[in-house]
Design a protein around this ligand. Structure first.
Ligand code: GAL
Length: 675
């Protein structure tokens, strides 16, 4: 793996740059404005295939040669794209089966972007040819700093149902299961007369009269993530061979269901991702959660925010602008959570095309005379002062288990309660951690938990081989685990773990769940909490789900107040080895979850880096013996924070701070703490 700082040691600052949309005299002004704004890197060529290759056999690199030279002359690096995200019209014409097909068998048309089937041989071959040419041509170019493969794989089309995909799916299944007997057993095909006698009988989960086989559906999700990954790897291998010293990546999309990013991240030199929180929806907890996930994909290595918008997007029904100061504040949130770069889509607002109303670093005014550009310029010049932070790490004592396979399986059709959505359940526990300023890593269920004091595992529906043992040894060794309803239900093929729910976790949790009683949308119950903590005891509302629990060694901390299981356990804790395993058999109202989380953290000795009122975000990054504390005021009013003893250096303004820190609304401080 190549470090992303191989070339550039500062925070990355820049954006997607589409110079082919502009005449070359505008390029000169772009360079001037970029330098003024502190831009040090731009992503070039992401959607340039049609202007780089004018027919199956003719290429035109002239404009890109001139652009790369211009960037180098101006001291700006290129995150050079492989341009394969939007195939040219000639490809659809000459190779119509390169276009993807939907679940009804309808072929998509060319005319937007991302119109390729991931298993299309024509697409893969033509993409590989283009990438080889780009790599050969620019491998020694002084502007080349990083490769940007394709763009947001799966963003619009994450599934194709064409015959090429069906054929490849069969090959994939043969590799995975070896024999048809094994496949039939894993998919449980004795149900509904689904048994296969020949591999050729197996198709994709296209439009079926009712629920398709869940095992097939789940494997299809895996297969599609792998197919797109294979597209990435086809390009990656060429680039790695041609340019062994240049970092390679593609841009992710946070909690994006179709791609198993933990698997993908193994092949990325640096994780980069695109974040578009709703600009006026208040504190961006969801963005924070996604930053933490992205940082976690490569074991805590800093990531880069590859895209965000300066002001407004064009693709929501209503597209308000970010208010003054918000873009800056949220950019620092990125850095606080492990970002070593902040970039935008895009540099110059397009004149034509579907994104002409999408915000950019340079607006339609075309110059430096816009509020947006002024904010861009301020941020870019501030980030230059954050070079000491580059490479530092967030050190979390709390982990949340996260797994794409669990996500896919949990949200397959025909479940007890279709409203149980994985990311919502994760967010329900993430939110109080965010509000209490506790750093969180996301870890796969089979991952190393030894460094964490507390591990949350909401709706861990699928327990694959190795997970039970991992969780048991973590808790036995003194860890604290909290899991919730609808966990431990199925194996890696979505077959029930027999032996009483949640069979593989029963011993660890000291209980069994006798019945699952999902609630109707408007239905609620109540839980009576006693013996948890004085500040947490009391009565709370709960909804979504109720487990009918029989204790087998665990102690009840809360009981349901209503229904035939009134008085029965709702929240429990079990001593296991030197640790504790909590179980929450319902969805408690937020105030309950917040108090429960606070109590669990306090018992495990986990604390925020600084005390701050709700709405003031505090995160810490560390490098060797240096500690950088980020304080972000999301409140509409000033906030004051008591600092630890000593004199601390504030990196943005350069002044020394001690005593109390006063922050205006949207205000930010990045302090290097006194040793
Ligand atoms: C991203 C994409 C960009 C641009 C942006 C608009 O999904 O990578 O090319 O379309 O959205 O918000």
């Amino acid at each position: 793996m190549v470090s992303k700082n191989a070339v550039l040691k500062d925070m990355f600052y820049g954006g997607d740059y589409n110079p082919e949309q502009w005449s070359e005299d505008v390029w000169q002004d772009d360079m001037r404005l970029m330098k003024k704004a502190g831009v040090n890197i731009v992503s070039v060529g992401i959607f340039s295939w049609a202007v780089l290759q004018t027919s199956p056999d003719t290429y035109d690199f002239g404009w890109l040669d001139r652009m790369m030279d211009l960037l180098a002359q101006n001291g700006i690096y290129a995150d050079l794209a492989t341009a394969t995200a939007s195939p040219p019209a000639w490809m659809a014409r000459h190779y119509p089966d390169s276009l993807p097909v939907d679940e009804n068998g309808v072929r998509y048309s060319q005319g937007a972007r991302q119109h390729y089937c991931p298993n299309s041989k024509a697409f893969r071959l033509l993409a590989a040819k283009l990438v080889r040419k780009l790599a050969e041509r620019y491998k020694h170019h002084p502007a080349l700093a990083m490769w940007h493969i394709n763009n947001e794989y799966g963003c619009h089309i994450s599934r194709c149902y064409c015959d090429q995909c069906a054929a490849e799916f069969r090959v994939w299944l043969q590799k995975r299961y070896g024999t048809l007997d094994e496949l039939n057993a894993r998919w449980g095909t004795n149900f509904w007369s689904q048994k296969y006698y020949d591999w050729e009988e197996i198709g994709l989960p296209r439009k079926t009269p009712t629920y398709p086989n869940p095992g097939q559906d789940l494997d299809y999700a895996r297969f599609m993530s792998d197919s797109l990954l294979e597209c990435y790897l086809t390009e990656y291998r060429i680039l790695r061979e041609e340019t062994p010293g240049i970092p390679i990546m593609t841009n992710f999309m946070g909690f994006f269901k179709p791609l198993d990013y933990f698997e993908w991240a193994k092949h990325m030199d640096v994780v980069t991702w695109d974040s578009y929180p709703e600009p006026t929806a208040g504190i961006p907890v969801g963005a924070a959660m996604a930053h933490d996930l992205m940082r976690s994909l490569k074991g805590g290595e800093p990531f880069i925010l590859m895209e965000q918008v300066t002001s407004q997007v064009n693709w929501r029904r209503h597209n308000p602008v970010k208010r003054p100061g918000v873009m800056r504040l949220w950019s620092y949130q990125t850095v606080a959570r492990g970002g070593d770069g902040v970039m935008f889509f895009q540099w110059r607002q397009s004149r034509a095309g579907a994104e002409k109303f999408h915000g950019a670093m340079v607006s339609h005014t075309g110059d430096e005379n816009s509020r947006v550009y002024r904010e861009v310029e301020q941020l870019g010049n501030e980030l230059k002062r954050l070079t000491p932070v580059v490479g530092s790490r967030v050190k979390a004592k709390v982990a949340i288990l996260f797994d794409w396979h669990n996500w896919w399986a949990l949200e397959l059709s025909s479940k007890p309660n279709w409203d149980v959505r994985y990311v919502e359940q994760i967010a329900h526990y993430y939110k109080p951690l965010f509000e209490q300023n506790i750093a969180v890593d996301f870890v796969q269920p089979t991952g190393d938990l030894s460094g964490y004091s507390v591990v949350f595992a909401p709706t861990l529906y699928m327990v694959e081989p190795g997970v039970k043992e991992n969780l048991e040894s973590y808790v036995a060794g003194g860890g604290t685990l909290l899991t919730t309803f609808f966990s431990g239900m199925v194996d890696e093929n979505d077959r029930i773990h027999l032996g009483g729910y949640p069979a593989p976790l029963r011993k660890l949790l000291g209980l069994t769940v006798e019945e699952l009683d999902p609630m109707l949308p408007e239905q609620t119950n109540r839980i009576v909490v006693s013996g948890l903590a004085p500040e947490a005891d009391g009565e709370y509302e709960c909804s979504l789900w109720a487990d009918v629990i029989r204790l087998e060694g665990a102690q009840a901390l809360a009981a349901f107040a209503e229904d035939f299981y009134a008085g029965g356990p709702a929240v429990t804790v079990n001593a296991f080895g030197s640790g504790k395993a909590y179980y929450v058999g319902t969805r408690g109202e937020e105030s309950f979850t917040s108090r429960l989380v606070a109590k669990v953290l306090a018992d495990a000795g986990v604390q925020a880096p600084l005390a701050a009122e709700p709405g003031v975000e505090v995160q810490c990054r560390e490098k060797e013996d240096q500690r950088f504390v980020f304080v972000l005021n999301h409140l509409p009013r000033p906030a004051s924070i008591t600092l630890p003893a000593g004199e601390h250096r504030e990196l943005i303004g350069g002044e020394a701070l001690s005593g109390t820190l006063e922050l205006a609304p949207n205000g930010v401080a990045v302090m290097q703490l006194a040793p």
